[in-house]
Design a protein around this ligand. Structure first.
Ligand SMILES: [Zn+2]
Length: 504
C-alpha cells in the first residue's frame, strides 16, 4: 500500500514535469542510443582491463598504453582533438617518495621492504620516543580515553580491507606522530596501499578531502617484527591483545625520514564534438581510465585489472561518444558542444580532474554540467539480494548545485531506461560525493551527476575482473547518462544554479 502511494506520487510528479517544463522524448535520442550496447562496451572494456595494461597506474607504462588506446578510439570516431590538435592534455605531477634513512626499535635496525613498509607526507623529520601506546583496533571505544596526538601508537589491523582503511583514517584524524600498523593475518608487511610514492598536481591547490587529508607517518609491519618491538615489555603480541586498549609499552624507537621529489607527466585524454547554435557551451562526460597498477602479492594474478573501477565507466563514456558521433555524422548532432574527458590520476587523489579544473580547455563558466561515471559494471553489495539487482543505479550529487540535472535525469529514466534510481549515497556518512572526479567540477560551480553501482567485495582487489562484469547492466546505465546528456545539450536553457555544492 505504501509503495503504491509512492509510485502513484512519482507518476504524478513525472506527469507534472512534462506539462511544466515541456519535457518530451526526443526520437533522435532513442535512435542513437542503439549504439550503446553490451557488446560494444565489452569490446572496449576487454582492452582497457586486459593484463597487457598492467592495471593502468598513473605514471606507469600501462596507463600510457590505455591513454593511447583511448586517443586511437577517439580518432576512429572522428572526434575533434581539442588540445592544440592533440587528444592529450599533459598533466604535470610531482611524485613524492618518502625515504626512511633510519628506523631502529630497541637497538635493532629494521630494513625497509623486508621488515617494514612506510608511508608519510610532509617534511623531513626525526622522531624519538621511549614508549608506544597500544590502541587495539583503533575503534572509537579503544581511543576514547587516550590522547595520542604526537605519540607513537601500535595499531592492530584485521577484518575487511574497507574496515581497516576506515579505522586507519580514524586513527590518523587524531594526529599521532607515527602509527605502527600490524596486520595480524600476515607475517610480512602488507604491500597494497601503503607502499611506494604519492602523487600531487604540480602547482596544484590541494584542498582537504574528508578521510584523505592527514600527515601521520605509517609503519606497516608483520607479526614477526611486532614481537621484537615488544621485547622490553615482556609481553607477546598475543598477550598484549588480551589487555584492554589503550596500554603503554616501553620501547625505544628512532625514526628518520625525508621526502624525495621528482616531476613526472601523465595525460588526460580529450575528445570533442562541436555543437551547433549553442556551441560555446559544453557538457563534459568523464570517467577515469587509471587504476592501481600491479599487485606484487597477487601470486599468479599480478594485475589489478580494475574492470569495474573504472574500465566500466571509461567504456561507457566511449560508447556514449560513439552514439553522439553517429548523430553528428547524420546531421543530428548536439546544439551544445560535448567534451569526453578520460581522466588520469583519480586513484591518486582525483589528480587528473584537479589538473583539468585548474587548466580547463573549455571555460568552466561555459561548462553546463559534468556527468561522471565511476563503476557501473557490477551489482554492488547493497543490491546483491534485491529484486532490482540487475536494474538499478546510485546517482550522487544530481540535485546539489542545480535541481535541473536531477529533473532531467528523472525524466530520461522515466521515458527511456526505467531503472530503479537510488539516491542513498547522495548524502551519506561515507561522503561518496567527494570520492570521484565530479568533485573537482562541483567545487568550481559546475552541476554534476555521479553514476555509481556501489561498493562490492572486489573493490580495489585483484578480483575486480572482466569476467564479473554485467555488460547488459553497464550499457543500460551508460544509456541513462546518454539520454540525460542528450537532453542537456539539446534544450534551450542550461541548468540554473539554485543550490549549494557543500552540504556538510
Ligand atoms: Zn574509480
Amino acid at each position: 500500500m505504501f509503495d503504491m502511494i509512492k509510485n502513484c506520487f512519482s507518476f504524478l510528479l513525472i506527469a507534472s514535469l512534462f506539462s511544466i517544463h515541456g519535457f518530451a522524448q526526443d526520437p533522435g535520442a532513442k535512435k542513437y542510443a542503439a549504439e550503446i550496447t553490451a557488446n560494444r562496451t565489452k569490446k572496449y572494456l576487454k582492452v582497457l582491463a586486459s593484463d597487457n595494461y598492467e592495471g593502468r597506474e598513473t605514471g606507469k607504462r600501462g596507463a600510457e598504453l590505455a591513454a593511447s588506446y583511448l586517443a586511437k578510439e577517439f580518432k576512429k570516431l572522428k572526434l575533434t582533438a581539442p588540445v592544440n590538435d592533440s587528444f592529450f592534455q599533459i598533466v604535470e605531477l610531482i611524485e613524492t617518495k618518502m625515504l626512511v634513512n633510519f628506523l631502529e626499535i630497541n637497538g635493532t635496525k629494521l630494513n625497509f621492504g623486508t621488515d617494514f613498509l612506510f608511508s608519510g607526507s610532509g617534511e623531513a623529520k626525526t622522531i624519538k620516543a621511549l614508549e608506544i601506546i597500544f590502541i587495539g583496533l583503533g575503534t572509537e571505544t579503544d581511543l576514547k580515553n587516550s590522547v595520542i596526538k604526537d605519540k607513537v601508537v601500535l595499531l592492530k589491523q584485521e577484518g575487511k580491507s574497507s574496515e581497516i582503511a576506515r579505522r586507519l583514517n580514524f586513527v590518523k584524524s587524531k594526529n599521532p606522530a607515527v602509527i605502527i600498523a600490524v596486520n595480524t593475518t600476515r607475517n610480512s608487511p602488507e604491500n597494497s596501499h601503503l607502499a611506494g610514492a604519492s602523487l600531487s598536481v604540480k602547482n596544484g591547490v590541494r584542498e582537504s578531502i574528508p578521510m584523505k587529508a592527514n600527515s601521520s607517518a605509517v609503519i606497516q609491519i608483520g607479526t614477526e617484527i611486532v614481537n621484537s618491538i615488544l621485547g622490553k615489555s615482556g609481553k607477546s603480541f598475543k598477550e598484549l591483545n588480551s589487555d584492554r586498549a589503550p596500554s603503554l609499552i616501553q620501547a625505544e624507537i628512532t625514526l628518520n625520514y625525508q621526502p624525495i621529489k621528482r616531476e613526472l607527466q601523465s595525460s588526460n585524454v580529450l575528445g570533442y564534438i562541436e555543437g551547433t547554435d549553442l556551441k560555446d557551451e559544453v557538457l563534459v562526460y568523464s570517467a577515469h581510465y587509471d587504476h592501481i597498477g600491479l599487485n606484487p602479492d597477487g601470486g599468479k594474478d599480478k594485475v589489478f585489472n580494475g574492470a569495474d573501477d573504472d574500465a566500466s565507466g571509461t567504456s561507457g563514456v566511449l560508447a556514449i561518444a560513439r552514439a553522439f558521433a553517429k548523430a553528428k555524422k547524420d546531421g543530428a548532432g548536439p546544439r551544445r558542444s560535448i567534451l569526453f574527458l578520460m581522466l588520469t590520476g583519480e586513484e591518486k587523489n582525483l589528480l587528473g580532474s584537479e589538473y583539468y579544473s585548474i587548466n580547463p580547455v573549455f571555460p568552466l563558466s561555459k561548462t553546463i554540467a559534468n556527468l561522471n561515471i565511476d563503476m557501473i559494471g557490477r551489482i554492488g553489495t547493497e543490491y546483491l539480494n534485491s529484486p532490482d539487482s540487475s536494474n538499478y543505479i546510485f546517482l550522487v550529487g544530481s540535485d546539489r548545485l542545480s535541481t535541473d540535472p536531477h529533473k532531467i535525469s528523472e525524466n530520461a529514466n522515466a521515458t527511456s531506461t526505467n531503472m530503479k534510481i537510488d539516491y542513498k549515497h547522495n548524502a551519506d556518512e561515507d561522503n561518496i560525493y567527494y570520492w570521484s572526479d565530479h568533485y573537482n567540477f562541483a567545487k568550481n560551480g559546475v552541476p554534476v551527476i555521479f553514476y555509481y553501482n556501489g561498493k562490492h567485495d572486489d573493490y580495489h582487489k585483484g578480483s575486480d575482473e572482466i569476467s564479473k562484469i554485467n555488460f547488459e547492466l553497464l550499457a543500460k546505465r551508460a544509456q541513462l547518462a546518454y539520454f540525460t546528456g542528450w537532453d542537456l545539450v539539446m534544450r534551450n536553457d542550461r541548468p540554473i544554479i539554485d543550490g549549494i555544492h557543500d552540504k556538510r
